[in-house]
Every structure is written in structure tokens, then in C-alpha cells.
Design a protein around this ligand. Structure first.
Ligand SMILES: Nc1nc2c(ncn2[C@@H]2O[C@H](COP(=O)(O)OP(=O)(O)O)[C@@H](O)[C@H]2O)c(=O)[nH]1
Ligand SMILES: [Mg+2]
Ligand SMILES: [Zn+2]
Length: 288
């Protein structure tokens, strides 16, 4: 990468990321230089971890057709809020979201779990899979073919297994990469790309926490589309549905037309987002 691209407030890993389109100067068979990163149509972006600098943007991937959030019904148990965080992030920067509920062989009742099905109402495609017994694998394959997708989910949810199931014959290449780098695949945070038809699957290993980038607490409810019909009835247009009087969202929860777990998920995220933002460093404020 040209030195000048790396300068400024952004870290280099955000200057050019997986999925970016770049102008590239070929030097010889082995080397070249990225001269320019072309404008992105969209991105999945989070706040860097505290250790990596806290309130800096960390773009995970750019120019995607969809983000596929992988959760397992058990082992590991679904992480509260993880799906919401990714959906919000997708909504924020115009990336359609797919929810993949994996390991359905371990708990067949998951398919009837209304909490998973609920996401179908939120413009999110829900696919139930098992890399173990093949359930939903062809549906997932169809969803991934010829598209550029990012797979995110905690380690152990089955991302690598699903990629292998969707693309038989790929397993070998996965293990080759592992041998070459000598790194445990579960400990890395790099993102690997696998071609599928005219598209790619990006397997993002090691993403645990995800604090969506570019979302202010007062705007959060704008990323909960199921709140809209109710928030239209709030007395205050600036209502964040917390302590305000005459709130349409809270009324909807009382009357049962908005599930309570959904409202609780919102409140929890609101609290966590505020906490994270209050950690803002003085240096960061100046830069903004
Ligand atoms: N029972 C069951 N186990 C699965 C399934 N998918 C993955 N696993 C197992 O879960 C573990 C983690 O899978 P892996 O693909 O490495 O997860 P990743 O960290 O998300 O890439 C492995 O032991 C897999 O064999 C599934 O659908 N059902
Ligand atoms: Mg993996
Ligand atoms: Zn309200």
C-alpha cells in the first residue's frame, strides 16, 4: 500500500479491507502497490476493540451483497444481542442481512422458536441449517452462490463447517492454508475469501464482540424497524422509548403487540452503546 494511504487518523487495516476495489500498480510477477482504494458502496464496520485503540472505526469488509450472521442453537449458546448488533450494522451501511441458525440437529425445537422466526419480519432471511445432517445446506448454498457474503459469528458456531458443506471439496484448501501459516485458525482475526460461482464467501474468524460503528444512542431505535409503527405514536418525536411519558413503544409492549424480549434487547443495547461511547478518549474527540 502506498505510504500516503496509511497516514491520517485511520489505521491501515481500515484503509484497505477485504472486498475493497483498488487501483493497483504491478511491479513484477510477485509485487505490486495499491495506489488507491475506490469508494465503497457499503461496509460492515465496528468500533475497534479497546486494546486496538477503542473508538476507531474498524471496517471488517466492504462492497458486500449480504452479511450472514451464524448462530448455533446450542454449543455455544446464542449470544444475546449479537444478531441485533449485526443487523443494525447492516442497516446502517446498507448491507442486507441473513440469519443462519446452525446446529439444528442438536435441538430440533429451534425451528419452532418464535424468537428466531421473528427476524423474518425484519427483512432478514432466516435459514435453519445443520452442517452435521445437511439440513438447509442447499438453501444456504443458493443464498451464497454468485454473491459476495461475509460470515460472522462466534468461534464454534460452525462457519467453517458450513462453508465446507456448501462447497464440498474445499476442505483440503482450508487445511492447506492452516499448515502454511502454522496459525490456529480459531485464534486469527483475518478474513479468508472462498470463491463460490461468481461470488465469494468471506469467513471472518475471531469476531466476538461487535459494537456497531456510526450509531448514536438517540438514533438506535431507528434501526429497529418493528418499532416504527409504534414510535409514530410517541408524544415526543425525539422519544427514545426509555423514560419518556406517553411512549407508543412502551404502550405496544404493555398491550402485547411488541414482544417484551425485543424491547428488552433494545434497552440493553442502548445501555451498552452509551457505556461504550462514554469511554471516548479526549484524543478521539479532538480528532472528530
Ligand atoms: N452437531 C453439530 N455440530 C456442528 C455443526 N456445525 C459445526 N459443528 C461442530 O462445531 C465445531 C465448530 O465448528 P467450526 O466450523 O470450526 O466453527 P467456526 O469456528 O464457526 O468456524 C466443530 O466441532 C464442528 O464439527 C452442526 O450443524 N451440528
Ligand atoms: Mg472457522
Ligand atoms: Zn417512545
Amino acid at each position: 500500500m502506498r505510504g500516503k494511504l496509511k497516514q491520517g487518523k485511520q489505521k491501515s487495516h481500515t484503509v484497505a479491507v477485504v472486498g475493497d476495489k483498488v487501483r493497483f500498480l504491478v511491479i513484477d510477477d510477485k509485487e505490486g502497490v495499491i495506489e488507491e482504494v475506490l469508494p465503497r458502496t457499503n461496509k460492515i464496520s465496528r468500533m475497534a476493540s479497546r486494546r486496538a485503540g477503542g473508538h476507531i472505526e474498524q471496517v471488517i469488509m466492504a462492497n458486500l451483497d449480504q452479511v450472514v450472521v451464524v448462530q448455533s442453537v446450542t454449543e455455544p449458546t446464542p449470544t444475546a444481542g449479537f444478531v441485533d448488533r449485526l443487523l443494525i450494522s447492516g442497516e446502517r451501511y446498507k448491507v442486507p442481512a441473513v440469519l443462519c441458525v446452525n446446529k439444528c440437529d442438536l435441538d430440533e425445537s429451534a425451528i419452532d422458536n418464535p424468537a428466531w422466526d421473528y427476524y423474518n419480519n425484519l427483512d432478514c432471511t432466516v435459514i435453519y441449517t445443520s452442517a452435521e445432517n445437511g439440513l438447509g445446506v442447499s438453501q444456504l448454498r443458493e443464498q451464497l452462490s454468485d454473491r459476495i457474503s461475509l460470515l460472522v459469528g462466534a468461534s464454534g458456531t460452525g462457519k467453517s463447517s458450513l462453508i465446507s458443506a456448501v462447497m464440498p471439496g474445499l476442505e483440503l484448501r482450508v487445511s492447506e492454508v492452516t499448515e502454511k501459516t502454522g496459525l490456529g485458525r480459531h485464534t486469527t482475526t483475518r478474513t479468508e475469501l472462498f470463491p463460490i460461482g461468481d461470488g465469494f464467501i468471506a469467513d471472518s474468524a475471531g469476531i466476538r464482540g461487535f459494537d456497531p460503528w456510526g450509531i448514536e444512542p438517540e438514533d438506535l431505535s431507528g434501526y429497529f424497524p418493528d418499532f416504527f409503527e409504534h414510535s409514530a405514536k410517541c408524544r415526543f418525536s425525539s422519544c427514545i422509548h426509555e423514560n419518556e411519558p406517553d411512549c407508543g413503544v412502551k404502550r405496544a409492549v404493555s398491550s402485547g403487540s411488541l414482544p417484551e424480549w425485543r424491547y428488552k434487547a433494545y434497552l440493553l443495547l442502548l445501555k451498552q452503546l452509551r457505556e461504550r461511547l462514554s469511554e471516548k478518549s479526549v484524543r478521539y474527540r479532538k480528532k472528530r
